[in-house]
Design a binder for this molecule. Structure first.
Ligand SMILES: [Mn+2]
Length: 396
């Protein structure tokens, strides 16, 4: 590889960071059941410890996304303990994820629930979550709603939209300066007739209604099959409304498979749109790159390192593209040359340069191998196996 290309990759890697989720280290499963893993994390301390390993070995995961219901059992009073764990394990609290979908009261929705007292409860939880974020100096509050309905005629869709606007405005009013409210969308599941925030257009309208610190979050698994996600990304960028990503891959629906495991070219095309935008505007796009995956079958820490490596490779490939040249051939409608620029960058093996970058940072050349050699997996398997085996789980 030419040194100019290596320089491009080094430049891109210098600032590329990706956030990992606390729930990615816990025992989770499908709706049919969980396969328990002996090394899974069952406490917030174990989640921080595992995330600390991923950051130690990759050097690019300094923050951990936290889930209010699962990681803050005592709400805001749990924050000093979380702060202590953050400094102990060298990973800072990242985005704060409220949970308004799990409790019994949310059977018919949260911000869209026809019962005012339930909407108020969901709003109170969101405000508490924002307070937690303030205490922890977390910037992003990441909102995902399971709200929707299963049968035609059972929900007043327009009324629910209005309730969402009201609750989101009230949530936005609690944000500190610099904080952001990220609005995630999803076409279906758990609701199977209508979902209140079903696509990027609805998320965009609601974000605009909520206030200037609200942006859209794109979860790559939350689209219909064959949807052109990079086009959505390009539109949100041009509207200055792209706040962040939840990366994962899919074959059928919201499968939460490992990023790039099914269609790495799609992730490359998304990164390309972002880097093309940044080149054209001469500034960085303010985007939170996050992973939203929780593996049921793969080893959790290994799966996370595999994902982070993949993200770094696909981002590096996109960074190779010569955007001045791309703009030129697009202008001249040189179709094959334009497409080939993408294909050539995608086909380039960037792994040797990434290894050089890791060496320059004193990081292990192969983080996966380093994990296997470290003895960490053996140690946590031994320490946690008994507790995990006792965790009984059943679908019905
Ligand atoms: Mn998500």
């Amino acid at each position: 590889m030419k040194s100019r290309e290596s320089d491009k990759i080094f430049g891109a890697l210098e600032s590329f960071r990706i956030e990992i989720p606390s729930w990615g280290f816990a025992n989770t499963g499908t709706r049919f059941g969980k396969f328990l893993q002996p090394a899974a994390a069952t406490s917030i301390e174990e989640k921080f410890s595992d995330a600390g390993q991923v950051h130690l070995l990759t050097g690019i995961c300094p923050t951990l996304a936290l889930h209010v219901l699962w990681d803050f059992p005592q709400g805001v009073t749990s924050t000093p303990a979380v702060e202590k764990l953050a400094s102990q394990y060298g990973v800072q609290p990242g985005s704060i994820n409220p949970n308004v979908f799990e409790e019994q009261c949310y059977k018919y929705g949260s911000f869209g629930n026809p019962d005012k007292s339930v909407r108020e409860r969901a709003l109170r939880h969101t405000k508490d979550s924002i307070e937690i974020a303030c205490e922890l100096r977390s910037r992003d509050i990441s909102m995902w709603f399971a709200d929707g309905s299963n049968y035609p005629g059972t929900a007043n869709i327009r009324q629910r939209k209005q309730w969402f606007v009201e609750c989101l405005k009230a949530s936005h009013a609690e944000l500190a300066a610099g904080q952001r409210l990220l609005m995630e969308y999803k076409p279906f599941e758990p609701a199977f007739y209508h979902t209140d925030i079903a696509d990027w257009g609805m998320a965009l309208l609601l974000a605009r209604a909520a206030g200037p610190q609200a942006k859209v979050l794109v979860d790559t698994g939350h689209h219909y099959s064959s949807q052109n996600i990079e086009q959505i990304v390009a539109w949100l960028l041009s509207e200055e409304m792209l706040g962040g990503f939840h990366f994962n891959d899919r074959r059928y629906a919201d499968d939460d498979l490992t990023m790039g495991s099914i269609d790495p070219y799609q992730v490359f095309r998304i990164f390309n749109e972002i880097l093309y935008f940044e080149w054209e505007m001469g500034k960085r796009a303010d985007i939170a790159y996050m992973i939203d995956q929780s593996h049921n079958l793969k080893g959790k820490i290994e799966a996370m390192i595999q994902t982070v490596k993949m993200a770094q490779e696909l981002y590096s490939k996109a960074a190779l593209l010569d955007h001045a040249q791309l703009a030129e051939v697009q202008k001249n409608a040189e179709l094959v040359r334009a497409e080939s620029l993408l294909q050539d960058a995608f086909a380039t093996d960037v792994r040797p340069v990434i290894q050089e970058w890791r060496a320059s940072k004193g990081l292990p050349l192969d983080p996966m191998e380093a994990l296997r050699q470290s003895g960490y997996l053996q140690r946590i398997t031994k320490d946690r196996a008994e507790r995990n085996a006792r965790s009984i789980t059943s679908y019905a």
